[in-house]
Design a protein around this ligand. Structure first.
Ligand code: GEK
Length: 245
């Protein structure tokens, strides 16, 4: 059985916080609560990934969830895919995340086969893919690696297949950029995080989570070869794009 999840109080204790943010056991224990209270629209995005997988998953293909954490997007796809002979490959490079994800998947009753790999997503071959999900994962990879990751995904997608790319984003206009940051922080405070927790988390994510503009993401997707791409969801500085091969 998966371990029960706890409320996120990680950044209420200053002694807990040394160095940059890591996806360790302590984060795994609070992850579902942390991500829902930190990412505006997270629950909607997860549910709509299921919706998109139902539309785009094709018979005999694979769906990938890269940076799967506890498998929320995997489960959303698993319960919506109608196509025959379709399998899901879920990948994460955090061992504690993968252990808990495997327990969650094993306790789930969905019938679509799921393979959970503990690996850097850059090492995983993408093959016969109809749907690839990068839900708030690319932002944790150094920007100079991002183009080749999108190129490998593009090569592994079947014609008509899709990449769903969700990211925290930045804005060129300094006023708008600051406004989005403040609205996001208000969202976190309204979800019970204190001023200190918000600012400690922000420092821990410095140089770990590197946001880029929506234009930078669109340019990269186009240069990887995607025929069509644009935003399908946005709330403040959190957005999700869909790119079609
Ligand atoms: C969700 N998609 O719930 N290779 C594999 N995994 C990685 C890598 C990498 N190079 N870098 C980071 N990760 C999930 C949420 S969380 C987003 C994704 C967040 C993993 C990392 O271990 C973590 O589990 C995940 O990407 C990012 O829909 O916490 O803001």
């Amino acid at each position: 059985m998966p371990a029960p999840t706890k409320p996120d109080k990680l950044f209420s204790d200053p002694l807990n916080q040394t160095g940059g943010f890591q996806f360790d056991q302590k984060v795994v224990e609070v992850f579902p609560d942390m991500i829902k209270r930190s990412v505006p629209g997270y629950t909607t995005i997860i549910s709509m990934i299921g919706n998109l997988a139902e539309r785009y998953a094709s018979s005999g293909s694979r769906c990938y969830d890269l940076g799967c954490s506890l498998g929320a997007a995997t489960l959303a796809m698993r319960h919506r895919i109608q196509a025959a002979d379709c399998a899901i490959v879920a990948v994460d490079n955090s061992e504690p995340m993968v252990a808990q994800c495997r327990a969650i998947i094993a306790a789930d009753s969905g019938e679509v086969p799921v393979q959970v790999l503990c690996s850097d997503l850059q090492e995983v071959a993408i093959e016969r893919a109809s749907v690839v999900v990068l839900n708030f994962t690319l932002q944790f990879i150094q920007p100079d690696r991002r183009q080749q990751i999108l190129a490998a995904i593009y090569r592994g997608l079947l014609p008509g297949g899709v990449l769903i790319l969700s990211e925290k984003v930045s804005f060129d206009d300094p006023h708008h950029h600051q406004l989005m940051i403040e609205l996001h922080h208000n969202f976190k405070r309204a979800n019970g995080y204190s001023e200190l927790e918000v600012s400690r988390k922000r420092s821990a994510l410095e140089n770990v989570l590197i946001p880029e503009t929506l234009d930078a993401h669109r340019r990269r997707l186009k240069s990887a070869g995607f025929a069509s791409c644009d935003v399908w969801f946005q709330c403040f500085n959190f957005a999700s794009l869909i790119a079609v091969k």
